[in-house]
Design a binder for this molecule. Structure first.
Ligand SMILES: Cc1cc2nc3c(=O)[nH]c(=O)nc-3n(C[C@H](O)[C@H](O)[C@H](O)COP(=O)(O)OP(=O)(O)OC[C@H]3O[C@@H](n4cnc5c(N)ncnc54)[C@H](O)[C@@H]3O)c2cc1C
Length: 395
């Protein structure tokens, strides 16, 4: 394992840092908290994305022909580290640049690439993901939203849930069932839907931290042109795997979610509350941080050798969620009575922590992956893989 940047990586880091120092805004407000002003946050995110686009930094890994820098995952990690270093967190454009764009590049027609890719990088269109449903989360292949062919269009009805950013998105990546007579993984088709189409109804959901980060989306007989089908009819599951694989690469990123230095500063500022037990807990969080940094270095080293990491992403996701929960708990206790009186960094972290255990695949699902790929345990039995979807029992 090599912890140092190679000469090329060091040069890339220096170039990225110089650009960010010259152009990055002082603060890009996050979203999801109760004081979130949607219009203002969207406008600022758009402005920053435009700056990135104009200077050629809108995507590190998209091929050059589509407006990216055409670099690899190591440069993406270095870029993420440099963003985190100056406190720039997740972008509202991430679902477009990180999920929709790479899926369209992999599976889209030339017309779709021409229509959709530049508006994503150029900050014109924001995307959301319409995959989960009340009965399809961990078992995503269970999607029941129905797509029926009607001439050169599809009529789609159903209910999607937990859709991050749907209230301000222009386009959505949608999975719908086009053939219920086939087994559940086989009768799904992937669509790109215009969120402003008649029949799309977005209802915001209030979450634990008071924000309205995600929404339920009701599709009431919306018409989607066949030209907006991504990949062949019935091949939605394999197209969705591209989106999910890219999602796994955008989640994680310890440096974006947690800084031990901030927790330590908080402890130093509230020394009167740091007893032996607290000191022990801080030590444990520090040890986890270091272990995760090493795991991250292992992933980067593997990527550098052209090897796709296997279960490391699952191990990292479980550990990051656990650590953020612990750090939020310590941060709140260090704040003392203040924690109950007003909102702040540690209150937000404490309230955000439960969602990290769920989004992008729950802890239990990650543990299943580790069980199979690390411990070599048998695959989880699934008796319904070959049963036609319309014969499956439904609640
Ligand atoms: C912050 C956040 C953002 C999200 N954004 C989006 C988005 O933009 N678009 C979108 O489509 N979805 C989004 N989601 C939804 C997310 O993908 C699902 O919540 C997640 O996949 C879990 O599905 P579920 O909530 O239906 O829980 P379920 O799958 O119903 O799980 C319920 C419980 O059962 C356990 N469980 C389920 N199956 C197994 C199993 N096989 N083995 C062991 N335990 C199991 C789970 O671990 C969990 O504890 C988001 C979620 C969060 C928290």
């Amino acid at each position: 394992m090599d912890f140092r940047d190679s000469p090329q990586e060091a040069a890339f880091r220096a170039e990225a840092r110089a650009f960010l120092e010259a152009h990055a805004p002082e603060k890009i407000p996050g979203y999801g908290h109760e004081d979130f002003d949607e219009q203002q946050v969207v406008a600022q995110a758009r402005q920053w994305q435009r700056t990135l686009f104009e200077h050629g930094w809108a995507s590190i890994i998209w091929p050059k022909e589509y407006g990216g820098r055409g670099l690899g995952p190591i440069e993406q990690i270095i870029w993420n580290q440099e963003l985190a270093r100056i406190g720039i967190g997740e972008s509202l454009f991430l679902q477009g640049t990180g999920l929709a764009g790479p899926t369209i590049i992999a599976h889209g027609s030339e017309e779709q690439k021409t229509r959709f890719l530049e508006p994503i990088l150029g900050a014109e269109e924001i995307w959301c993901q319409l995959f989960s449903e009340p009965g399809a989360g961990s078992d995503l292949a269970n999607v029941a939203a129905r797509a029926e062919k009607s001439g050169d269009a599809w009529v789609i009805s159903g209910q999607k849930t937990w859709c991050s950013g749907a209230s301000y998105s222009d386009w959505g990546m949608l999975l719908a069932r086009s053939d219920p007579k086939l087994p559940k993984h086989k009768g799904i088709t992937y669509f790109l839907i215009d969120m402003h189409s008649p029949g799309v109804e977005v209802q915001s959901m209030r979450q634990l931290d008071g924000g309205e980060h995600f929404s339920e989306v009701f599709l009431n007989e919306i018409r989607v042109p066949d030209a907006n089908r991504l990949g062949p009819e019935g091949a939605g599951w394999s197209v969705a795997r591209t989106t999910l694989m890219n999602e796994r690469m955008t989640i994680g990123g310890l440096e974006r979610l947690f800084s031990f230095g901030l927790l330590l500063d908080h402890a130093k500022a509230n020394r009167q509350r740091v007893d032996d037990v607290m000191r022990d807990e801080l030590g444990r969080v520090y040890t986890w941080t270091k272990a995760l940094e090493l795991l991250n270095a292992r992933v980067v080293t593997k990527l550098g050798r052209g090897v796709i990491p296997n279960a490391e992403a699952s191990v990292m996701k479980i550990a990051i969620a656990r650590m953020i929960t612990k750090a939020g708990d310590i941060g709140l206790r260090l704040s003392g009575p203040e924690a109950m009186l007003r909102r702040g960094e540690w209150q937000n972290q404490f309230l955000l922590a439960p969602s990290i255990h769920i989004g992008g695949g729950t802890d239990e699902i990650q543990k299943n992956i580790c069980g199979e790929r690390v411990l070599g345990l048998p695959r989880e039995p699934s008796s319904d893989r070959e049963v036609p979807f319309d014969k499956l029992p439904r609640s």
